[in-house]
Structures are given as C-alpha cells and as structure tokens.
Design a protein around this ligand. Structure first.
Ligand SMILES: CC(C)(COP(=O)(O)OP(=O)(O)OC[C@H]1O[C@@H](n2cnc3c(N)ncnc32)[C@H](O)[C@@H]1OP(=O)(O)O)[C@@H](O)C(=O)NCCC(=O)NCCS
Length: 156
C-alpha cells in the first residue's frame, strides 16, 4: 500500500498538474470520448492563466507519492467539485478516494450540507461507488464541442 500525502497546491505545481490533466484525458478518458473531444478537452492544459486563477481563488489540493504529484482536486463556490484527476499510472490505488474525502470535509467546514459536481462518463462508476446520485445528464460545451456529462450530488 503506497503512502499518499495531500497538501494544498501552489503555483509552482502548475506544470505537474497540467501534464496530469492532459495525459489522464488522453489515456483514460479516451475510452469514452471521441478523438476530437479528447483533443479539445486536453488542450485546456495549455491555459496557464486559468490554472493560476483556479489555484489562487479556490480550495485546490494535490496528492503526492514520494513527493511526486499523482493527482489533484479542487472546489469552486465552496461546494462544487470542479476537477478530480489521477495520473494514468496511478489509477485504482485509492488516490481519488483520499482526495475526495478531504474535499468533502472542506465542503462541510465551509458550511454546506451538499456537494455537487459534473463528472465524465469515465468517472461515473467512481462517484457511484462513493454514493453520489445522478441529478441529471448534462450537455456541456467546451470550445463549441458538446460533451455528455452527469450532474451528481451527495448529501454530507
Ligand atoms: C475517476 C478517477 C478520478 C478515479 O481515480 P482512482 O484514484 O483510480 O480511484 P480510486 O482508486 O480511489 O477508486 C475507488 C473505487 O472507485 C471505483 N472505481 C474507480 N474507477 C473505476 C472504474 N474505472 N470503473 C469502475 N469502478 C471504478 C471502484 O469501486 C474503486 O475501488 P476498487 O479499485 O477497489 O475497485 C480516475 O479514474 C480519473 O482520473 N479519471 C479520469 C479523469 C476524470 O474523468 N475525472 C473526473 C472529473 S471530470
């Protein structure tokens, strides 16, 4: 069992965070989305200003194994899980579960009794196994391309 450390993200983490974002989409989400969708979605890694803004203005945490970043998660609006990604070579080692547990405690500390997220088709079994309910199917547009996602929630 690997030891997983969680800490808050800093701006210096951006290159590691963005390469996990890009590689995970290309290698893991590509099971469920078209080449065009994968290319548009993963190009979000290049928008460094947006990642800076996310880290500066939100609760943004990273998971490390032996001081190497292997996953990340962040909240917007205090209760909305806006991103959860685990390195392609570290899938199914409980990293996302640990990140999610800490994110959920932060939502409670923020005074909310519900957490929400819109999640990929790929991630739905993970959220299902953590007792999230699907509120509805969503059509989300990224750079004009439509993605089918799921709006999920859990009462805390
Ligand atoms: C979804 C994701 C974050 C899960 O990360 P992870 O660290 O592999 O998840 P965990 O190891 O904590 O999984 C815990 C449990 O969730 C369930 N689960 C996770 N991934 C699953 C999958 N692909 N299929 C079925 N069940 C899954 C299992 O019950 C698993 O327990 P098990 O491994 O003992 O069977 C990861 O697969 C990922 O990065 N996906 C691509 C990015 C993404 O779509 N993010 C979602 C936001 S858009």
């Amino acid at each position: 069992m690997v030891e997983i450390d969680i800490r808050q993200a800093t701006l210096e983490d951006i290159p590691y965070i963005t390469s996990i974002f890009r590689d995970t989409i290309v290698h893991i989400n590509s099971r469920d989305y078209s080449d065009k969708q994968i290319s548009v979605w993963s190009s979000g890694a290049n928008d460094v200003d947006k990642w800076e803004e996310r880290i500066t203005n939100n609760y943004f945490i990273v998971a490390e194994v032996k001081n190497v970043i292997v996953g990340f998660a962040y909240l917007t609006k205090g209760y909305y899980l806006d991103g959860l990604f685990v390195h392609k070579d570290y899938q199914r080692r409980t990293i996302a579960s640990k990140l999610l547990r800490i994110i959920e405690s932060r939502v409670s500390i923020n005074g909310y009794e519900i957490i929400k997220s819109d999640v990929s088709i790929t991630a739905l079994p993970f959220f299902d196994s953590h007792f999230y309910e699907v509120e509805k199917k969503l059509k989300k547009s990224i750079k004009g391309l439509v993605f089918e996602n799921y709006l999920v929630y859990k009462d805390l």
